[in-house]
Design a protein. Structure first.
Length: 150
C-alpha cells in the first residue's frame, strides 16, 4: 500500500519528458526564462547568473548535470529559484532551469527501484499515474560544490 505524503507539498516540473519535484518549502519563486549572463571558465551545467531585484543568483541547468537531452528554450521554460539550507545552517539561493512547471500538491510515496542511480533522488513519488522523481537539493548542491573545488 502506498503511503500518502499529504503532509508535505511538492513543487513539480518537467525536464525533458520526466516529472521531477522538490519540496515546496524550498521554492522561493518561479520566473519566466530570461537572459542568463554566462560566467567564464565554469562547468557546462553552470549556465551563469541572473539579477533578481539586486541579488545575483547562480543558475544551474539540471538537464546538463543529469545528462538529459537539452531542449531549446520555449515559452514554458522557467527558472525556479530555490533556497537550500546548507549543513552550516546558512541558506543558499540557487536558480535552475525547468522545461515547464506543473504545480504544487501532495505525492504518494513509491518504493524505490534497486540498482537505479539515485545520487540526486530523495524518493520516488506518484501523482495519479505519473511517476515523479523527488530531488534532494542538498545532495545536488554538495555535488556541485565538490566539482567546483576539484
Amino acid at each position: 500500500m502506498n503511503e500518502n505524503l499529504s503532509s508535505t507539498a511538492y513543487f513539480t516540473f518537467l525536464l525533458g519528458d520526466v516529472t521531477y519535484a522538490v519540496e515546496v518549502t524550498a521554492v522561493k519563486e518561479v520566473l519566466p526564462y530570461e537572459k542568463i549572463t554566462p560566467v567564464p571558465r565554469t562547468e557546462e551545467y553552470m549556465k551563469g547568473v541572473i539579477n533578481i531585484r539586486g541579488t545575483v543568483v547562480t543558475v544551474i541547468d539540471f538537464r546538463v548535470l543529469f545528462g538529459i537531452d537539452i531542449k531549446p528554450v520555449k515559452k514554458d521554460t522557467s527558472i525556479i529559484v530555490a533556497e537550500i539550507q546548507q549543513d552550516d545552517g546558512s541558506n543558499m539561493t540557487l536558480g535552475f532551469i525547468a522545461d515547464s512547471v506543473n504545480g504544487v500538491g501532495p505525492l504518494e510515496k513509491e518504493p524505490s527501484a534497486t540498482g537505479t542511480n539515485t545520487q540526486f533522488v530523495k524518493m520516488l513519488g506518484k501523482d495519479g499515474d505519473n511517476l515523479v522523481l523527488v530531488l534532494d537539493l542538498n545532495k545536488i548542491l554538495g555535488e556541485v560544490e565538490k566539482r567546483l573545488n576539484s
